[in-house]
Design a protein around this ligand. Sequence first.
Ligand code: TYD
Ligand code: MG
Length: 455
Amino acid sequence: MAKLKVKFVCTECGTESPKWMGKCPGCHAWNTMVEEAETVVKAPVGRTELTRTKEKAQSIIHIDSGREPRIPTGLGELNRVLGGGLVPGSLLLVGGDPGIGKSTLLLQTSHALTAQGLKVLYVSGEESVRQTKLRADRLGALSEGLYVLCETNLDLVEEAIAQVNPDFLVIDSIQTVYRPDVPSAPGSVAQVRECTAQFMRISKGNGVATVLVGHVTKEGAIAGPRLLEHMVDCVLYFEGERHHSYRLLRAVKNRFGSTNEIGIFDMSEDGLREVTNPSELFLSERPLGVSGSTVVASMEGTRPVLVELQALVAPTNFPSPRRLSSGLDHHRITLVIAVLEKRMGMFMQNQDAYVNVAGGVKLDEPAADLAAAVSIASSFRDLPTRPFDAVFGEVGLTGEVRAVTRAEQRVKEALKLGFKRVILPEASMKGWQAPAGIELVPVKSVAEALKAALE
Ligand code: TYD
Ligand code: MG
């Protein structure tokens, strides 16, 4: 019997090597090389036909730049993340922890699409047809145009696609399907890569919008090579905390729209519900009149969202104090603490500092700096913040408060939620009219902001 040749493949970047290496020669990641059987694939690897029609190169002036046709999915929050709806012939990857609700989201989406008269093929490699039916029953997602197939062999999946000729195809999940002509096990780097390439050919060739569900590894990346993310048109992550019912859908890559928007859902007894007023949800558990809690008026894409930013500053006996943050960039927290120490004389070398954005939201705009400064100072001095203040502004290295975009939208959202005051950068006051019913406190420096917020 011929000995099966093996090679080693990096799960991060797909670099191959004939022998095992602790450090990948391609991306220099450690312990990412895994053993794979040598693949013998008929189609050339790494080269995928995008279209069936042979096209000639043409002058950019003559290219029709009409907008891509979009299929609105019927779920407003999903449309928002996709940039309007599904693009026919596009390939999407939806990642997320097990049990977060990926199958639920896609089943609901499938149902909403069939309601528009479209045909959907839902391929499940993880659950039986009966389980899928039971779930659909619970979600009220039974419809004539929704076809379900439990199959993991890609050749048979392709037969079903030819038979059903769907407008929307769901593969739940990409780690369970396999190509029989690739000798590695399902879920291996080679299988995931080859199957994805095959689905890309199918979606581009037939113009069917295809969603691949991908599992997430312990480190939080979609299992399988990073290559997968490069191959698809959009990568969406479905996130949430195990102990909370709300779920965030965010795009980390989108060839047809922005990656700034997030979609917010609430997992209930009868499936996912869209959350149209996220600020209310994120502030629902907020303690009032305590130290270390501030509400920041932030932007999630084009939508203003108010979230609570908490800080705890506590003495430590260790020589190097801890700086932990979740939901905020660690470097910005270090910067804010340095500014408080140097400009405000708050000595925190013997204090641990923890910063947390409530509700598992991630704030990646500098507008959260000022709220972080207020929360940290409030906890450090043990002075409560006022419950009906909202804060936003970027903090500079000299302790100045710098302008941020969309001040008016942030203020209006605070007003809508019943806040009484907003502390904001003075430089953001230009070019708009302050609405009636809310007091604005323009500040130029962190010192002024702390005086207004804590005294
Ligand atoms: P699921 O969609 O199976 O997650 P994934 O495909 O990402 O693994 O969701 C499973 C969880 O969602 C499970 O813990 C039960 C819960 N759930 C509800 O709370 N309500 C529902 O209507 C449904 C269908 C699931
Ligand atoms: Mg599932």
